[in-house]
Design a protein around this ligand. Structure first.
Ligand SMILES: *Cc1c(COP(=O)(O)O)cnc(C)c1O
Length: 467
């Protein structure tokens, strides 16, 4: 094809003025790669017959290479605007941290710390000691241990409590969490033997009792995080399981998933058990996540009886699943807020968003609409509509939280195109499509999100204007 003759050679391109300035700003191999891939893209587009001769002008080629370099060099993990209304969105980084956590996080990150140094004794200390007392204070537990995430907490606890022995679990609680965490698989990995009892919808205390034998090491309860069994159901409560455990001298463990520390029933009109409830019921070992309802960083928290946690603190697996110092700083900062529950409900974004009332959300949506309208072209039409948000993160899967949504329309642009354009912005905006309309939920839009949201809606108006 004659048009291919217009494609310049790599060496030639590297010598032109526009590229020289790129070479001054970026490492040479990065620039060379960008030149090569841009020329290849140019060639492919030319072969498809998509390009006119003007695409081969030096200025257009340099522009193409500059864009390519900017894309390659931009951070891949980036901030975005969560307009989905799913508060604990696992794909979007679960819980944003409370602002007051920033200071502790910064200090741990940019300076030295007493991470593993006992300042009283002047000798080696334990990284696990810093948050143990506050976790015990908040939950009422005797002892606590923190690890990388809840999956690690469950693995460590099972490996420590029941290697080669049987663990009794209800068939209705053999949960799979997104991202391939499945109770039976974790059990196998830990070396414990799964002993399923009961039926999918109903399990009775006698099912556990009948399954207990010489090989039994543990009775396990797992929170049905992301699903609900409705209809003709029966489950054995934590308290009943503790009774059985006492009768047979067996420890009881609960993987409670979300790690809720605040009684939310009055605020949500729906009961999500608290960690404290399980402690009070006498459960021996309880594990939960740090970044679900707790609203902290990714972490796994184990609380329970001192005698059962002591071997976990010495287990070889602990090193492999240990918590890092930044997480520890953020976790301690978050837990400190919980000392004052009212403060926690206000300052911890996950709790604040979750418990925002319909009236507050309606006001927020109206105010947001006014702000947005001032900054965007008239082609982008915004309106308000009633709808629902979700908790997400494996808690209260059936709960629909009333909210006021912002519908985004641009002439006859299909909702799919609106979604893709906003997702492709420098600060991407993620929403959802319901019955052919693109929707943003103010519940999960943070106050710092407004400038990038305006920028994204402006881009949407511009791209429509070009079509
Ligand atoms: C979310 C969840 C897990 C996994 O926790 P991570 O912190 O994501 O590792 C385990 N068990 C239950 C019941 C959960 O809800």
């Amino acid at each position: 094809m004659a048009i291919l003759k217009n494609i310049p050679k790599v060496d030639k391109v590297l010598e032109c003025e526009g590229i020289k300035s790129l070479l001054a700003a970026y490492p040479r191999p990065l620039v060379v790669n960008a030149v090569r891939s841009s020329l290849e893209a140019l060639r492919a587009a030319a072969l498809r017959g998509e390009l006119g001769v003007e695409a081969f002008a030096e200025r257009s080629v340099v522009e193409r290479i500059t864009r390519e370099l900017e894309t390659v060099n931009a951070p891949k993990l980036k901030r975005l605007v969560n307009g989905t209304g799913v508060v604990v969105h696992t794909n979007l980084g679960r819980s944003p941290l409370a602002e007051s956590v920033g200071k502790a996080l910064n200090e741990a990150a940019f300076g030295y710390s007493n991470l593993e140094f006992d300042l009283d004794k002047g000798e080696r200390g334990s990284r696990y000691s810093h948050v143990e007392s506050i976790i015990c204070e908040l939950t009422g537990a005797e002892a606590a241990l923190v690890v990388n995430n809840n999956a690690a907490a469950v693995l460590l606890a099972l490996s420590s409590l029941a290697p080669g022995k049987e663990v009794v679990v209800s068939r209705g609680e053999l949960v799979e969490i997104g991202g391939s965490f499945r109770i039976p698989d974790v059990m196998r990995q830990s070396g414990a033997v799964l002993k399923e009892v009961g039926a999918t919808n109903r399990t009775h205390p006698r099912d556990y009792a009948d399954a207990i034998n010489q090989e039994t090491a543990l009775l396990l309860k797992v929170h049905c995080s992301n699903f609900a069994v409705v209809g003709f159901t029966a489950e054995v409560s934590a308290a009943e399981l503790v009774g059985l455990g006492l009768e047979h001298s067996l420890p009881v463990m609960a993987d409670v998933g979300s790690g809720n520390l605040v009684e939310l029933t009055g605020l949500l009109g729906c009961h999500e058990p608290t960690v404290q409830e399980f402690v009070r019921a006498g459960v021996d070992v309880i594990t939960f996540s740090g970044d679900k309802l707790l609203g902290g960083p990714q972490a796994g928290i184990i609380v329970g009886k001192t005698s059962l946690l002591a071997p976990m603190k010495k287990h070889p697996l602990l090193r492999a699943v240990r918590i890092d110092k930044l997480t520890l700083a953020a976790l301690e900062g978050t837990l400190r807020i919980y000392r004052d529950e009212r403060r926690a409900l206000k300052e911890i974004p996950t709790l604040r968003m979750l418990t925002a009332s319909p009236a507050v959300l309606s006001r927020t949506a109206k105010a947001m609409l006014r702000r947005l309208r001032r900054g965007i072209p008239a082609t982008v039409r915004l309106s308000l509509t009633e709808g629902f948000s979700q908790v997400g993160g494996g808690a209260l899967p059936l709960l629909e939280l009333p909210t006021t949504l912002i519908a985004v329309k641009v002439n006859d642009m299909p909702a799919q195109d609106i979604e893709a354009t906003l997702r492709g912005c420098p600060v991407p905006v993620i929403g959802r499509i319901y019955k052919g309309t693109f929707l943003l939920d103010p519940r999960t839009i943070l106050s710092d999100d407004l400038p990038p949201l305006i920028a994204a809606l402006q881009a949407l108006g511009t791209c429509q204007a070009q079509e």
